[in-house]
Design a protein around this ligand. Structure first.
Ligand code: NDP
Length: 246
């Protein structure tokens, strides 16, 4: 019987490409996000749409309950929001961690008992090269991704005994809504009086990254490779500027 996969962030970018690619390859795929109209468009390709807001516990519970049994969990929902630490409101920082860290952890909590019982499970966390390298003007994004790397490494050692693999994906520049928003957010700091020089060089770096960004299918293929490996690597790296930066 085909494995059941929940892909979060399936309305766009890496999550969307992964949901489509896995469905095309015979997996039973549920694609979840907030924008149902984007998910409904994937239905014709075999992806089952589910509403999910990873910042709301009742939404997470309802999403997991609607599926029943999750064999493979791909956590791709994410938010990239930038700015100098002294400028970013704490509410924005907290929201970013709610999505990039706590939402991921809550989904894992709910999926684990079933995975443990069946002695099979794959948890795929989409981190970033930003989970290894901290660039200025991205403190909260990097804080969340570094934390996600730590959570994944610790969890891997905790659940390996139950036949569950925890796989980290570290994309570099990948074409998506996020990369466009990231560049736009950098503009927010372009005119900064204190960080002006830094912001200008980062604007260049982000626009180079955007120019060289790979198609999300490149990352989707890495995810499938990780899921299907008998002994998966702990990390899979791909995308623009990924290797030089690590
Ligand atoms: P996109 O912005 O294209 O996709 C982000 C997805 O997350 C959307 O489907 C969005 O759906 C979903 N999402 C955001 N907030 C929530 C929420 N509160 N609840 C549920 N879903 C939510 O970005 P990418 O595909 O690029 O990002 C996917 C992952 O890849 C992220 O974790 C990101 O950090 C990581 N990454 C991306 C890189 C890149 O260059 N693109 C590089 C390195 C890492 P909706 O709005 O419909 O809810």
């Amino acid at each position: 019987m085909s494995k059941t996969v929940l892909v979060t962030g399936a309305s766009s970018g890496i999550g969307k490409a992964t949901a489509l690619y896995l469905a095309q390859n015979g997996y039973n795929v549920y694609g979840a996000a907030r924008r149902m109209e984007m998910l409904q468009a994937l239905q014709q390709y075999g992806v089952k749409p589910l509403a999910l807001d990873v910042t709301k516990d009742e939404s997470i519970l309802a999403c997991v309950a609607a599926i029943g049994k999750i064999d493979i969990l791909v956590n791709s929902a994410g938010l990239g929001s930038y700015g100098a630490l002294e400028d970013v409101p704490m509410s924005e920082a907290k929201n970013q961690l709610e999505i990039n860290l706590f939402g991921v952890a809550r989904l894992i909590q709910l999926a684990l008992p079933q995975m443990r019982e069946q002695h099979y499970g794959k948890i795929v966390n989409i981190s970033s090269i930003g989970g290894k390298v901290g660039l200025p003007m991205g403190t909260w994004y990097h804080a969340g991704k570094f934390a996600l790397e730590g959570l994944s490494d610790s969890l891997r050692n905790e659940v390996r005994q139950f036949g569950i693999d925890v796989i980290v994906i570290e994309p570099g520049g990948t074409k998506s809504e996020m990369i466009a928003i990231g560049a736009r957010d950098m503009m927010r700091v372009s005119g900064h009086t204190v960080y002006k020089g830094l912001a200008a060089s980062l604007d260049k770096m982000y626009s180079d990254m955007e120019k060289n960004a790979v198609e999300p299918i490149v990352i989707a293929r890495l995810i499938k490779k990780g899921i299907e490996a008998k002994h998966p690597k702990t990390r899979y790296i791909g995308g623009a500027m990924a290797k030089p930066m690590l």
